[in-house]
Design a protein around this ligand. Sequence first.
Ligand SMILES: Cc1c2[nH]c(c1CCC(=O)O)Cc1[nH]c(c(CCC(=O)O)c1C)Cc1[nH]c(c(CCC(=O)O)c1C)Cc1[nH]c(c(C)c1CCC(=O)O)C2
Length: 359
Amino acid sequence: MQYQPKNFPVLKNDNLLRAARGDKVDRVPVWVMRQAGRYLPEFREVRAESDFFKVCRTPELAVEVTMQPIRRFDLDASIIFSDILVIPQALGMEVEMRPGHGPVFPEPLQDIKDVSRLNADGAIDRLKYVGDAITLMRHTLEGKVPLFGFTGAPWTLMGYMIEGGGSKTMSKARSWLKDHSEESRNLLSLLTDVIVDYLVMQVKAGAQILQVFESSAEYISKEEFIEFALPYLKEIRIKTQEKLNKQDIELVPMVVFAKGAMHSLAEMSDLGYDVIGLDWTVDPEEARKIVGPNVTLQGNLNPQDLYKSQEEIRELTRTMVRKFGKDRYIANLGHGITPQTPIESMTTFVDTVHSAFDD
Ligand SMILES: Cc1c2[nH]c(c1CCC(=O)O)Cc1[nH]c(c(CCC(=O)O)c1C)Cc1[nH]c(c(CCC(=O)O)c1C)Cc1[nH]c(c(C)c1CCC(=O)O)C2
């Protein structure tokens, strides 16, 4: 089947894009990281039938799970179902998603010589299925809400590629930064170039806003973050916009979410991203003071708070939203929603965001 990235339905609810650009909104927009996930029984049903990466690679299945939270909750954005680890796959690395364990690379990068195994030629062609899912999703959404594309950031991808999966410390990857700085920089640059082309491809396919996940920033020091993460995050923003401009494609807002890097909010506010995603460790008013008025903030309820009573969730959410204020703000959790979260808590969260300024 051919998916044509044109004649998309007109966007009806553009509150999230307006918030990202700093324009006035009718209501505070809200979406949730991992909003398509195992806390939804209909998601578990799809996953019972199909392997994780099969869902990613089959546009009809990816669109089905992307639509699931949109059907259930009054959300202001959708995010295409995929994973950050599709990039290492496209570079030739094998990645499995093991139930109850998470991602596993049977053959991680064990030595700097292994970097030569990576094959960036044709990587974007091998990721065409993500573009196809995005295009089909734009048609399926009928303009209800905007669609996010996303990518992992270079340091986070490098970490998984070296550790061979999740890690409590990322110590092997960190020792590359220390003992093989130059080779680490080469790897981070290689990833940056692929990421830029991947993001441009997603926008061409129909993504209306982009989020860059630097989820493993939490494992490195501020000094390492400034040396090995920030420059590449900046390059991604600049080069993606340059390439879109050159091809006469309208720019889309860009979000940077660096979990565990709240020590560097001032530095992040200089990267030129429209939106900074906050994890739950930072106070909304403190964050606003540090970044100034010209960037949108996104976040940041602790996902664990969704295990509290509905009354407590209402109170915490309302307080948070009122601290951020109505302008230049997108409500979200401070990280992904977790599998055991009661569905009712998600409804309470979303509806409380929308009513936070009603009186
Ligand atoms: C680090 C990272 C990964 N993937 C991602 C990140 C960055 C964000 C973050 O920090 O959470 C990003 C991601 N992964 C997924 C999305 C989909 C879109 C969304 O709804 O947000 C997004 C944006 C689906 C997924 N990706 C994964 C699931 C759950 C696995 C399953 O369905 O079997 C989902 C819904 C698996 C995954 N994928 C990854 C891990 C570590 C795991 C296992 C952890 C877990 O089991 O929750 C890598």
